[in-house]
Design a protein around this ligand. Structure first.
Ligand code: LP5
Ligand code: MN
Length: 242
């Protein structure tokens, strides 16, 4: 049956080779049977710029995706909060299309809105202020003009700070805000919603203005792999057995 797969928050890096191996197997044996694979952000632990494709780990991920694309599965990538510096160089190497956030698609007859999910966490004021700065093209041009080793060192420091700050933030601020979800669902005509980022896998049902909207939250790959399988009959979350 024709189907499409969704993944997010894999956080792939050379330091976690087992997760990369699960990803390579997933691409070869599972995603290759799908019409399309949508990666909804944070494929990588972080992305410091397309010049980091010289790294063998990164190049291996890109070529696995390129093979997938050549075998007939369309590959779509959305930026996450950790890899929004992925640009045309990565897209070419992976033979993937970078899609905007949010993106509304027709998924076998069901309008479906895709987003990484970070902008739904509207209670995380410090993060959103940071996001607004680093998403500016002028900030990105200045940052990318710096040497790769410097960029990586700065991002790694920020990663540590991000992890250290988390216990200080409220759990509700780091989850989606229900009012923001309602605003977005209303704006896009009450679609099904699929997102990642919060690492709280679930299927939620929202009643907005009398419409039932399904919201799927994708799991992260910090322990095992997992994906959402959608066809004309609906979606189901599947854990990849090791
Ligand atoms: O990623 P995760 O799950 O740990 O946490 C996110 C938010 N954190 C981030 C930071 C990333 O993890 C690390 C950076 C990614 C690389 C980007 C490349 C280019 C940027 C380089 C900048 C030097 O996104 C975290 C959220 C959490 O999700 C849950 O939603 O809470 O938010 C933060 O940790 C942000 C802090 O709260 C505020 C940080 C302020 C830092 C200011 C110094 C940076 C200077 C540069 C700005 C112009
Ligand atoms: Mn994220």
């Amino acid at each position: 049956m024709p189907h499409t797969l969704f993944i997010a928050d894999l956080h792939l890096c050379a330091k976690r080779p087992q997760t990369t191996q699960i990803f390579q197997n997933f691409v070869r044996h599972i995603a290759s049977l799908a019409d399309a694979l949508y990666i909804l952000g944070d494929l990588f632990e972080y992305w410091a710029g397309d010049d980091d494709l010289a790294d063998l780990h990164h190049a291996g991920i890109a070529s696995a995706l390129a093979e997938l694309s050549q075998s007939g599965t369309a590959v779509f990538i959305m930026h996450g909060n950790r890899d929004f510096l992925m640009a045309d160089g990565f897209a070419r190497a992976a033979q993937a299309r970078i899609i905007s956030d949010p993106a509304l698609i027709d998924l076998y007859g069901t309008p479906t809105l895709l987003t990484h999910g970070d902008t739904l966490c509207s209670g995380d004021i410090a993060y959103l202020a940071f996001r607004a700065k680093v998403r500016k093209p002028s900030w990105q041009a200045d940052f990318l003009a710096r040497p790769l080793t410097e960029r990586k060192a700065e991002i790694e420091a920020l990663r540590q700070r991000s992890e250290a700050d988390k216990p200080l933030k409220s759990q509700s601020a780091m989850d989606v805000n229900p009012d923001t979800v309602a605003v977005v669902l209303r704006e896009y005509g009450y679609p099904r919603l699929i997102h990642g980022h919060t690492h709280r896998p679930a299927r939620h049902l929202h009643q907005i203005d009398g419409h039932d909207c399904e919201r799927w939250v994708l799991d992260s790959w910090d322990n095992d792999g997992s994906y959402l399988h959608c066809d004309a009959g609906g979606c189901r979350a599947i854990r990849i057995e090791n």
